[in-house]
Design a protein. Structure first.
Length: 273
């Protein structure tokens, strides 16, 4: 493993759009993150995203994909570099752990995890309205109406009063997505949301994500499902050793990867065209 670079090189123009991708929605510049002294998971990482992008992050196990999403969600800090969101400074290195610079920007990001994170003691309705009532100060009646609308959109209206233990895995994940959408995020992060599901439930959750894609939701998706990645991505980003090794449209990455490291990874997980 590399030695952590705790102080990132200062970029010349921190929030200028990247010339290669034109991304000014999310911009990572020289981001460094390490666990302890030795384990570098983001090594001076640069990454850009446009508001109409659906980025799919792929890479070997342990390459820092989940860490990247947790950082963007404000759940973990970074040691160096900076991140801008919607053109505004959002997170910078050295801030107190889990304290992004701008809390109002953080609330515009929703995240769904691999393992359902619904509150088991609350009904589906309770799970959906908790944050909108507490964080956004929505009345219970207004939040309930909104919850009904989202559940109907996701085919779950009959589950309003069910408890998480009464739902299938796919239903739980769809409720988790609905719960994140209740806060009207501008960006959704998905961390291997289907990898613990049975195949038929994978499809129902992926269909919800495709529905969001049709509505032009900005998304960053971590998945090991290369077929789905190819289908949903506007851009695929291959990460290894804390860096972006290669990125491009799915057709290019999956059919003609430029980097040997990408090819080697893809040969292990998919049959190249
Ligand atoms: N809180 C933590 N403390 C210490 N080490 C951690 C912590 N979280 C993750 N790591 C380590 O950091 C590395 C990157 O982890 P991360 O979960 O980001 O990888 P990943 O790319 O999502 O892997 P996977 O594909 O297996 O989910 C791994 O070696 C992991 O063990
Ligand atoms: Mg992970």
């Amino acid at each position: 493993m590399n030695t952590p670079r705790l102080v990132a090189a200062q970029p010349q123009a921190p929030f200028a759009p990247d010339s290669a991708t034109g991304g000014d929605f999310i911009q990572l510049r020289g981001v460094c993150k390490a666990y302890g002294e030795q384990l570098v998971v983001m090594d001076n990482m640069d990454l850009d995203m446009r508001a109409d992008d659906r980025l799919v992050i792929i890479g070997p196990s342990g390459s820092g994909k989940s860490s990247l999403l947790r950082v963007l969600m404000g759940l973990e800090g970074i040691q160096g570099g900076s991140i801008a969101f919607q053109g505004k400074p959002y997170i910078s290195g050295g801030q107190r752990r889990g304290k992004p610079l701008d809390e109002s920007l953080r609330t515009q990001i929703g995240m769904v995890f691999q393992h359902y994170t619904l509150f088991p003691h609350l009904s589906v309705l309770g799970n959906l309205i908790l944050a909108p009532c507490k964080v956004h100060g929505l009345s219970r009646a207004a939040a309930t109406e909104k919850a009904r609308a989202y559940l109907a959109r996701l085919g779950l209206e009959s589950k309003l009063h069910a408890y998480p233990s009464q739902l299938s895995g796919g239903q739980k994940q769809r409720v988790a997505i609905a719960r994140a959408l209740m806060l009207e995020p501008k960006l959704m992060l998905f961390d291997e949301v289907t990898s613990a599901l049975d195949p038929e439930m994978v499809i129902e959750v992926q269909n919800v994500m495709l529905q969001l894609a049709e509505q032009k939701m900005a998304m960053i998706i971590v998945t090991h499902d290369m077929h789905f990645a190819r289908h949903i991505a506007t851009r695929v980003v291959f990460c290894a050793n804390g860096r972006v090794v290669e990125q491009g449209p799915p057709e290019q990455i999956f059919s003609q990867p430029r980097e040997a490291r990408t090819r080697e990874f893809l040969e292990k997980v998919v049959h190249l065209d």
